[in-house]
Design a protein around this ligand. Structure first.
Ligand SMILES: Cc1cc2nc3c(=O)[nH]c(=O)nc-3n(C[C@H](O)[C@H](O)[C@H](O)COP(=O)(O)OP(=O)(O)OC[C@H]3O[C@@H](n4cnc5c(N)ncnc54)[C@H](O)[C@@H]3O)c2cc1C
Length: 294
């Protein structure tokens, strides 16, 4: 198999974004995916009637659109067919009495919709939004985690940091009940924490409820025209345009480093193996795999 500057195992959106950024930086990258499609949990396909494309897993991309990789790559992805559609009515809950509550894309509308407490939530959350999203986007037990902690300490001081950490750990049920008088606010926001895989009584679920509520207000609910796979397809085009390789049907077992006496440990999906100290070549199943087609 050919040598690459980086072998990326798996083709989820994190892998593709990583590969695209490396490829733009001049690295020769190879993405290997065991499935027969590229995109991981982003997969759009005709499941029912021919011509009707369904998103099988992920469809809505507010966190991607609000994130650093999209800020960096968005223009080049748009040139490769990615277009985001949005709405002024991103999410709502219907109630048994026939009423409904909407989370809107403006703060005034949301105060009217879910309660006068909403502006106070924004006042507390927005000045430290970078810290809130930093908690989610930083590997905490790492040098960058240490840098993040130092930044939070400089900003908040010891007492403020303790309050921030305490609020971070609050459950969704406690946060909603202590913050909003209206049960409609609870009914509107509580389901979203389940979407993150946390229950309403899980530690940090209150923090996740806030993150999602603010993210939805600020970013809406962007969805790619043509389905979620348009994001994966545009990333793959970008990688290939930069001389990279993306292959399906390749189940990676190990990555070999030339000159090394032992193979790297089995990689986790999304692992990018960089070639600064030595170029990498990769072994994948089936063992008969030849050099990937370009
Ligand atoms: C049902 C569902 C709905 C979702 N809806 C949304 C949504 O609407 N909006 C949203 O923002 N997020 C949503 N998510 C979450 C989102 O899909 C994930 O956060 C995101 O796709 C994770 O991307 P990833 O790159 O980390 O990994 P994944 O997308 O999980 O991709 C990992 C890939 O690596 C491959 N792989 C693993 N090991 C190997 C190996 N050894 N060799 C080769 N390939 C390997 C796997 O086959 C897979 O394709 C949803 C998730 C699910 C499951």
């Amino acid at each position: 198999m050919a040598d690459y500057d980086a072998v990326v195992v798996g083709s989820g959106v994190n892998s593709l974004a990583c590969a695209a950024l490396l490829a733009r930086g001049g690295w020769r990258v190879c993405v290997l995916e065991r499935n027969d499609w590229l995109g991981g949990a982003i997969h759009t396909t005709e499941l029912t009637v021919p011509g009707y494309r369904h998103d099988v897993f992920s469809a809505w991309h507010p966190l991607w659109v609000g994130g650093a990789a999209h800020a960096e790559l968005g223009a080049e992805l748009a040139e490769r067919g990615l277009e985001y559609l949005n709405t002024d009515l991103p999410t709502a809950t219907a109630f048994p009495d026939g009423g409904a509550a909407f989370l809107l894309r403006d703060a005034t509308g949301n105060a009217a919709e879910i309660g006068p407490e909403w502006p106070g939530v924004l006042e507390r959350f927005l000045p430290n939004a970078d810290l809130a999203f930093g908690v989610l986007g930083t590997e905490l037990w790492s040098p960058s985690g240490l840098g993040f902690a130092a930044k939070a300490f400089r900003r908040l001081g010891r007492g403020g940091l303790a309050v921030f950490a305490g609020e971070l750990l609050q459950t969704s049920r406690d946060w909603l009940e202590q913050t909003f008088a209206s049960e409609r606010a609870h009914g509107l926001l509580a389901p979203w924490v389940l979407h993150t895989g946390l229950g309403p009584d899980a530690a940090a679920s209150g923090f996740m409820t806030q993150v999602i509520a603010v993210a939805v207000q600020e970013g809406g609910m962007p969805v790619p025209r043509g389905g979620g796979a348009m994001l994966a397809e545009a990333l793959v085009r970008l990688i290939r345009d930069r001389d990279g390789v993306c292959e399906t049907g390749k189940d990676v077992e190990r990555v070999l480093v030339r000159g090394s006496t032992s193979p790297c440990p089995s990689p986790r999906a999304g692992t990018a193996t960089s070639g600064s100290a030595g170029r990498r070549s990769c072994t994948s199943r089936p063992a008969s795999t030849a050099s990937p087609a370009r």
